[in-house]
Write a protein of this length. Structure first.
Length: 78
């Protein structure tokens, strides 16, 4: 099965609750990644809150995206 993010909801701060196509919901804290490269844009909380879903994962303005496997492996189970 190809892992995909099927839903994302803002929780607080820089945390999103991500639902994966295997039925699991996990919380990912993006503050752990936004000190590198283009991810620095995520430090702007207004920008951070304006995410969308592409066919596989969470996306910000077609600029920043993460592999669903990375999010799944590094997120906390809800």
């Amino acid at each position: 099965m190809i892992l995909k993010v099927t839903n994302a909801e803002y929780v607080k701060d820089y945390i999103l609750a991500l639902t994966f196509n295997n039925g699991e919901v996990r919380k990912f804290d993006f503050s752990t990644v936004f000190n590198e490269g283009i991810c620095k844009k995520l430090q702007d909380i207004t920008y951070f809150k304006h995410f969308s879903l592409d066919p596989f994962s969470v996306d910000w303005n077609d600029e920043i995206g993460f592999a669903p496997e990375f999010l799944y492996e590094n997120a906390m189970q809800s």
